[in-house]
Design a protein. Structure first.
Lengths: 438, 306, 301
C-alpha cells in the first residue's frame, strides 16, 4: 500500500518523461525558421557571449537600440569554454537557449553538423555579403548545403611573431625567412648564440599540427569525408614538429598559462599564432614592448600559402530563439558593417573577418609595441588567403586521435608516417570512414 | 574483549525474535525517509530512465535511430574504454587505499587530547577540500610546471633532475594521484574524525584494563568501531575514482596519449564534444554496474565478522 | 532519569584518556620524545596543505602580468586593492558572494534535514522498500552526473524554472552522499538510548529530536560541512541553470574571468581565496563539535 503511494508520482513522471522524450536530439519536430530579410524588427533579444566579445556586443547593442527604437538587446557574459556546456545541453534538450550565441570557428562545424536543425539559416540576411567575408570562415561556419549557420565575426589569421632582439643578436634578417626550413636553421643559430628555444607549443593538444595542416589547405578529412592525415602534407607537417623537437628547438608547455609563461620567459624566439595573440602580449607581457616583430607564416615551399587559421569566432541564432528576426538583424548590424567591425578591433581587439573593415586607417597605423611596425596591415592582407578546409561530424573524435599521434611522434620519437597511419586506421575504425587514397 | 560493549550496539531491529518491535517501527521508518524518497522520485526518475533509454539510440548528423544493444557492444570493441578503465583501476588500487590510510592516520592523531594547536592542524589539513576548482587548476599547473615549477625547484635543491610532470605518461599519472590525494584527504579526515567521536570512552577504558597497548587499541577498538564510516569513505572514494573527472580534465585533459583519460572524461568527450549521447549513456550505465559490483564486494569484505 | 545515566555512560570523548592521568617527570620526558615526531609529521602535512594557499595569497596581490615568468613571485605585491576593485567591477563579486551564501545556507539547512532523517530511517527502521531506497540512493551516486544533465535540464525548462534559484537548489536537495553518510553514521547508534527513551514513553520523533540528534552531533557537523561545501563549489549545474549575471554563484562568476585570449589570473586567485573564507569559518565553527563534552547541555530540558 505504502509503496504504491510512492509509485504514483513515479508513474506520472515516467509518462511525462515519454512525452518530453520526443524533444531529445535537437527538436527536429518543429518547422525550420525562415528569416525574412525585410521584416520589421521589435521587442527584445538575449545574447550569450564571453569576455571582451561580450563587452563589444554590449556596446553595439546600445547603438542598435538607439538606431532601432522599441528594441532591447540583453548581453550576458556566460563565460568562455564552459559556455559550450550550456550550449550543448540547450541544443540537446531542445530548450533554454537565448536568441544569439557565440561559437568559435573551431567548434562551429561540430555543432552545425550534429544539430542540423539547431540553428537558423542566416543566408537570407547575410548571403549577399558572402564575398566580403573571410572565405575560410564562411565555409567552416556553413553547413554541407552552403547555408550559413554561424555568422563570421573575428578572424584567426595566423602570422609569425618573432623576437626581433634575438634575431639581431643572432645576425639573422627576419625578412629573409620564407620557409619553415629557414625557420629551423634560424632557430639553430638563435639557440647557439642566445640560448633561447625557437618555439613553445602545447604539443598534447595537437593544435599546432592542425594549423600547419590547414596552411597546406588540408583538414583531417577531404571533401568526400575520407581521412587525409596520411597525406604527404600531413607527414611533412608532423616531421617538421619532430625535427624541431629533436634539434632541441621546441619547448613543450601545458595549458594557456604555460604558453604565456614561456612567452614572458623568452623561450619562444618565434610564435606562429593568430592575430589575437597581440592582445595577450600587450596585456600579459607589457615589459616585452619593442622586442617583437611579425612576419608572414613561413611557407612549406617557396610560393606556398603563408597563413593559416587559429581560433576566431562567430554568432549564431539557435532555432529555439524567441525572436529570430531581431536576432538576425542584430547579427547583421554588428558583423556585416565595416565601421562596426573596425570599431571592435579598436576597442576590444577583435580582428574583423569582414574584409571591407580591413581597409580602415586603423589597420595601417604603426604599433608601438612592435617597434612601430604596422602589424595589422600584414594580418589584413593575409585574411583573404586563409585556406578553406572540410569539416565532418567526426572532427572532434579524430582530433583527439590525431593529438595522440602528435605526442607519439614529437615527444616519443615515433616515425611520423607510421604514427599518422596508425591514427588514420584508428579514426577509420572509430568512425567507419575510409582513408583517402587507399 | 571488545565483544561485550558491541553486543548491545546493534540496531534492535536487526535482531531476530523482535518482530513486534520491527512491525511497530515500520511506520515511523517510512516517515523518516519520505522527504528524501519523494525528492529522489520527483527529480531522478525521469533523468535516470532517460539516460538508460537513450543508450539504445544512436544520433549522427541530427538523425536519431534505435540501435538496440549496439552501443553496449561498442563498449567492448572500444580501446579507449579499456584504457580509461585501466587508468581508473590504477587510481582505485593506488590512490584510494593511500588516501584512506592517510586520512585515518591524520584523524587519529588530530583526535588526541594532548595535542596542542589541534584546531589549527585540523583546519590546515582540511583547507585543500575547500579550494575552488579553478584556483586548484591554476595552482597545480604552476607548481607542476616543468621549468621553474615549485615542485621541480624543490627537487633541484636535492639535486634531482626536473620531472616533466604533465607531459610524460607515467609522471602525469603520478601527478594526478598526488593532486587527488591533496584535494580529498582532508575531506575524508573530517568524516573519520566525526566517526572517532562516536566511539564510547568506556571501550578504551575496558581495553586498557585488559592491558592493551596503543597499537592494539588502534587495531582492535578504533578500526572496528570506525567500520561504518570506513565503508562510507571507501565506497565514496571508489565512486570518486571511477567517476574521476574534474582533476584530470583541468590538469591534463586526459593526456598525454590518454594516460590520464578516465571513463567519465571519455564519456564527457563522447557526449559533449562528439554529441554522441547514446554512447555516453551506455558508458555511464557500464560504470554504474562496475561500481555497484565493486561496492557490493567492499560492503561484504568490510562487514563485521560475527 | 534513566536517559541521563545511559547517556553519560557512552559519553564520547577524545581518545586516549590515559594521558590525562598525572605523570611523573620520567613518563613526561618519554612522552615528549614520542610526541615530537607526531608534531613534525603534522607540521609537514600542514605545510603541504597550506603552501598552495599561500601562493594564492601571493598571486592575488600581484598583477596577472607578474604571475608568469620565472622566477615566480614569492612575496606579496601591492596590487591587492586594484585586483579587488577589478574583481568587484567585472563580476560584481559582492553580489555573487551574497547569492552563493543564500543558496548554500538554504540548501545546507534543508538538505541536511533530509539526509539526517533519511539516513536515520534507513539505519534504524525496517520497512518495506528500504532496500530499494538504499539502492536508488547508491545508484544516483554511481551514475556520472553528466548523463543526467540534459534530462534534468528539460524538466527544469518545462517547469519554467530556468534562471531561478529553486532550479539550482531543489533537484539535489536529496543528496545521496549525505544520506549515505548519515546512514553509516547511525548504523552503530546505541540502541539502548532509543529504547530507554521509548520506555519513558517518548514518541519516535521526540526520541529522534531529543536523544538521537544531540549524540550524533559530530556526524551532523561533518554532514553540514560537506553539504555546504558541495553546494558552495557546485559549478556545472548552477552554470546551466543561471542566465543572469547578477544571479550567478561564485564559481560561475569566477569562470567568466577566463577569456579567449586573456585570463585574469590575479582576479581569479583573489576571488577564489575570498570564496574559501566562509568555508574556513564554517569549518572552524563546526569542528568544535569534534571535541569531547558534547552531551553536557543536550540531555537537559
Amino acid at each position: 500500500m505504502r509503496s504504491r503511494t510512492l509509485l504514483l508520482p513515479a508513474a506520472s513522471l515516467a509518462a511525462a518523461a515519454l512525452l518530453a522524450g520526443c524533444a531529445m536530439g535537437g527538436g527536429s519536430s518543429a518547422a525550420p525558421v525562415v528569416l525574412d530579410p525585410d521584416a520589421k524588427v521589435s521587442d527584445e533579444i538575449t545574447v550569450w557571449s564571453w569576455d571582451v566579445a561580450a563587452t563589444a556586443l554590449e556596446r553595439l547593442g546600445a547603438e542598435f537600440e538607439a538606431d532601432h527604437p522599441g528594441t532591447t538587446v540583453n548581453v550576458v557574459d556566460v563565460g568562455y569554454d564552459n559556455a559550450y556546456d550550456k550550449l550543448s545541453v540547450g541544443l540537446q534538450a531542445g530548450s533554454g537557449l537565448p536568441d544569439v550565441v557565440t561559437i568559435e570557428t573551431d567548434r562551429a562545424p561540430g555543432y552545425i553538423n550534429e544539430f542540423p536543425a539547431g540553428f537558423v539559416d542566416l543566408t537570407p540576411v547575410l548571403g549577399d555579403a558572402e564575398a566580403d567575408f573571410d572565405p575560410f570562415k564562411w565555409s567552416a561556419q556553413s553547413d554541407a548545403d552552403g547555408a550559413l549557420k554561424v555568422a563570421p565575426w573575428d578572424s584567426g589569421t595566423v602570422g609569425l611573431f618573432f623576437r626581433s632582439d634575438y634575431f639581431v643578436d643572432a645576425g639573422i634578417d627576419p625578412a629573409a625567412i620564407e620557409t619553415w626550413d629557414d625557420v629551423v636553421s634560424a632557430g639553430e643559430t638563435i639557440k647557439q648564440t642566445t640560448g633561447h628555444t625557437l618555439l613553445s607549443l602545447d604539443v598534447a593538444t595537437g593544435a599546432g599540427f592542425q594549423m600547419l595542416l590547414q596552411q597546406q589547405g588540408q583538414g583531417l578529412f577531404d571533401d568526400e569525408g575520407d581521412i587525409t592525415i596520411t597525406s604527404p602534407e600531413a607527414v611533412e607537417a608532423l616531421t617538421l614538429l619532430q625535427t624541431m623537437n629533436e634539434k632541441g628547438l621546441l619547448k613543450n608547455v601545458k595549458g594557456w598559462d604555460g604558453r604565456v609563461t614561456s612567452a614572458k620567459d623568452g623561450d619562444s624566439a618565434v610564435t606562429p599564432e593568430a592575430v589575437w595573440w597581440i592582445g595577450t602580449l600587450l596585456g600579459d607581457a607589457p615589459e616585452l614592448s619593442g622586442t617583437y616583430g611579425v612576419t608572414e607564416l613561413p611557407a612549406f615551399e617557396i610560393g606556398g600559402v603563408r597563413t593559416s587559421n587559429s581560433g576566431g569566432s562567430g554568432l549564431a541564432v539557435p532555432a529555439q530563439a524567441e525572436n529570430p528576426q531581431l536576432a538576425a538583424a542584430f547579427v547583421e548590424y554588428a558583423l556585416a558593417d565595416a565601421d562596426r567591425q573596425a570599431s571592435m578591433m579598436e576597442h576590444e581587439g577583435l580582428f574583423p573577418s569582414y574584409l571591407p573593415a580591413l581597409q580602415g586607417d586603423y589597420f595601417h597605423e604603426p604599433q608601438e609595441y612592435f617597434g612601430g611596425q604596422p602589424v595589422y596591415e600584414l594580418f589584413a592582407e593575409q585574411t583573404a588567403n586563409i585556406p578553406p578546409i572540410t569539416f565532418t561530424t567526426d572532427n572532434a573524435e579524430a582530433s583527439d586521435i590525431v593529438a595522440n599521434a602528435v605526442v607519439a611522434a614529437v615527444l616519443n620519437g615515433a616515425d611520423p608516417e607510421s604514427a599518422l597511419q596508425d591514427a588514420a586506421e584508428q579514426i577509420a575504425t572509430a568512425t567507419g570512414r575510409e582513408i583517402a587514397g587507399e | 574483549m571488545v565483544a561485550s560493549p558491541l553486543a548491545g550496539r546493534r540496531p534492535a531491529t536487526k535482531e531476530s525474535g523482535r518482530r513486534t518491535l520491527a512491525r511497530r517501527l515500520q511506520r515511523p521508518g517510512v516517515w523518516f525517509v519520505l522527504p528524501a524518497a519523494l525528492l529522489l522520485v520527483i527529480f531522478f526518475t525521469y533523468p535516470l530512465v532517460t539516460s538508460l533509454w537513450q543508450s539504445f539510440f544512436a544520433t549522427s548528423g541530427g538523425v536519431t535511430s534505435w540501435v538496440g544493444l549496439e552501443q553496449y557492444a561498442r563498449l567492448f570493441a572500444d580501446p579507449l574504454i579499456g584504457k580509461s578503465l585501466a587508468n581508473a583501476a590504477l587510481i582505485l588500487i593506488v590512490q584510494v587505499p593511500l588516501m584512506i590510510a592517510l586520512a585515518v592516520g591524520l584523524a587519529y592523531l588530530l583526535n588526541q587530547s594532548w595535542l596542542r594547536f589541534r584546531g589549527g592542524f585540523r583546519l590546515f589539513a582540511f583547507l585543500p577540500a575547500v579550494t575552488t576548482l579553478v584556483a586548484y587548476a591554476v595552482v597545480f599547473r604552476v607548481m607542476l610546471a616543468t621549468d621553474g615549477g615549485a615542485v621541480n625547484q624543490v627537487f633541484a635543491v636535492f639535486g634531482v633532475e626536473p620531472v616533466d610532470w604533465l607531459n610524460n605518461e607515467w609522471w602525469a599519472r603520478v601527478a594526478l594521484i598526488a593532486a587527488i590525494t591533496w584535494r580529498w584527504t582532508g575531506y575524508n579526515m573530517v568524516i573519520i574524525l566525526a566517526g572517532l567521536q562516536s566511539i564510547p570512552a568506556e571501550l578504551y577504558e575496558a581495553a586498557r584494563i585488559d592491558g592493551a597497548g596503543r597499537w592494539q587499541i588502534f587495531t582492535r577498538i578504533v578500526i572496528p568501531q570506525l567500520r561504518p564510516v570506513l565503508i562510507f569513505t571507501t565506497v565514496t572514494s571508489t565512486i570518486g575514482a571511477l567517476q574521476l573527472f574534474d582533476e584530470n580534465y583541468i590538469l591534463t585533459e586526459g593526456g598525454p596519449n590518454d594516460a590520464t583519460l578516465t571513463p567519465v572524461l571519455y564519456l564527457y568527450k563522447v557526449g559533449f564534444r562528439q554529441f554522441d549521447f547514446g554512447y555516453a549513456s551506455a558508458i555511464a550505465w557500464l560504470l554504474v554496474v562496475l561500481t555497484a559490483v565493486i561496492a557490493i564486494i567492499q560492503f561484504r569484505l568490510m562487514r563485521e565478522k560475527k | 532519569m534513566s536517559v541521563t545515566s545511559t547517556l553519560t555512560s557512552v559519553n564520547p570523548r577524545t581518545t586516549d584518556a590515559r594521558d590525562s592521568r598525572p605523570a611523573g617527570a620520567g613518563p613526561a620526558l618519554r612522552r615528549g620524545i614520542l610526541r615530537a615526531p607526531v608534531y613534525l609529521l603534522l607540521a609537514v602535512t600542514s605545510v603541504l596543505a597550506v603552501v598552495p594557499f599561500l601562493w594564492m595569497v601571493v598571486a592575488s596581490t600581484h598583477p596577472t602580468s607578474e604571475l608568469f615568468g620565472t622566477p615566480l613571485p614569492v612575496l606579496p605585491g601591492g596590487e591587492l586593492w586594484a585586483n579587488l576593485a577589478r574583481l568587484q567591477e567585472s563580476v560584481n563579486f559582492s553580489q555573487v558572494m551574497l547569492n552563493s551564501l543564500g543558496i548554500a545556507v538554504i540548501y545546507t539547512v534543508f538538505s541536511s534535514i533530509v539526509s539526517i532523517m533519511c539516513g536515520y530511517g534507513l539505519a534504524t527502521y525496517r520497512f518495506r522498500g528500504r532496500g530499494i531506497l538504499l539502492g536508488v540512493v547508491l545508484v544516483t551516486m554511481m551514475i556520472p552526473m553528466q548523463v543526467l544533465l540534459v534530462p534534468l535540464f528539460q524538466m527544469m525548462a518545462s517547469a519554467g524554472w530556468i534562471d531561478s534559484y529553486q532550479a539550482v537548489i531543489l533537484p539535489f536537495l536529496a543528496n545521496a552522499f549525505g544520506i549515505f553518510l548519515m546512514r553509516q553514521g547511525f548504523l552503530d547508534f546505541p540502541v539502548s538510548l532509543i529504547e530507554a527513551a521509548r520506555i519513558d514513553g517518548a514518541s519516535e520523533f521526540r526520541t529522534f529530536y531529543r536523544i538521537v540528534l544531540p549524540v550524533a552531533r559530530p556526524q551532523i557537523a561533518a554532514l553540514v560541512i560537506y553539504t555546504f561545501i558541495s553546494q558552495w563549489n557546485a559549478f556545472i549545474w548552477p552554470l546551466l541553470m543561471l542566465n543572469t549575471e547578477d544571479r550567478y554563484t561564485v564559481p560561475v562568476a569566477l569562470n567568466t574571468m577566463i577569456g579567449m585570449s586573456r585570463v585574469d589570473y590575479s582576479g581569479l586567485m583573489l576571488g577564489s581565496l575570498l570564496a574559501t573564507l566562509p568555508l574556513m569559518l564554517l569549518f572552524l565553527v563546526f569542528q568544535k563539535q569534534f571535541v569531547s563534552g558534547l552531551l553536557g547541555g543536550a540531555v537537559k530540558g
